[in-house]
Write a protein that binds this ligand. Structure first.
Ligand code: SF4
Ligand code: SF4
Length: 175
């Protein structure tokens, strides 16, 4: 019988990856997972796109598939609704695990392009879109006060948290 392509190779695994996730805020309870699949069955994102599978992602972390998980587009699809955390019989907070994994991925330069662009816009304008003179003129006509075009305090938060280095690392990582 012809063998299919292996899903992963032993030499590509990082066995301690689950510990790395467990040490990240939100990842502490990952080792409790017994792969029942309740999280996946309850997940609204999975209901729309079955390729997003929280049980599978948790299992991949436990197996040590570090690069595959961190470079995956799927970790960015979690909507943070906490349905899985409410339903998990083991009390595993998959939502928080996804956040923990996304934080590691961002540090390693895998911030998803969509989130990178959002972060850049918020860093530049303090919001997700640029306010133009045209917008403020319309507001004036309606008797509304003008809105600020930029928020230096948000730029200061970006500077203090080093957020800029995450977006730059992600940009350098783009193909
Ligand atoms: S519901 Fe909980 S125990 Fe079951 S697969 Fe999901 S995380 Fe693991
Ligand atoms: S928090 Fe994320 S993984 Fe959990 S049910 Fe909601 S979308 Fe799915």
């Amino acid at each position: 019988m012809k063998r299919g392509k292996p899903i992963t190779r032993f030499e590509e695994l990082t066995p301690g990856f689950w510990r790395e996730v467990a040490l990240e805020p939100g990842g502490e309870l990952i080792a409790r997972c017994f792969a029942c699949g309740t999280c996946t069955a309850a997940c609204p994102v999975h209901a729309v796109d079955t390729r997003y599978n929280p049980r599978q992602l948790v299992h991949m972390i436990l197996l040590g598939m570090r690069e595959r998980v961190l470079s995956s587009d799927f970790i960015w699809l979690c909507s943070g609704c906490y349905t899985c955390a409410d339903r998990c019989p083991q009390g595993v907070r998959v939502t928080d695990i996804m956040t923990a994994v996304k934080n590691i991925a961002a540090r390693e330069g895998y911030l998803h392009p969509t989130f990178r662009q959002q972060a850049e816009l918020v860093g530049r304008f303090g919001r997700l879109y640029e306010v133009e003179d045209f917008d403020n003129k319309k507001r004036q006509r309606l008797g509304l006060p003008p809105v600020k075009k930029t928020f230096p305090e948000v730029q200061e938060i970006f500077r203090m948290t080093g957020m800029g280095k995450y977006t730059e690392a992600a940009e350098a990582n783009q193909p």
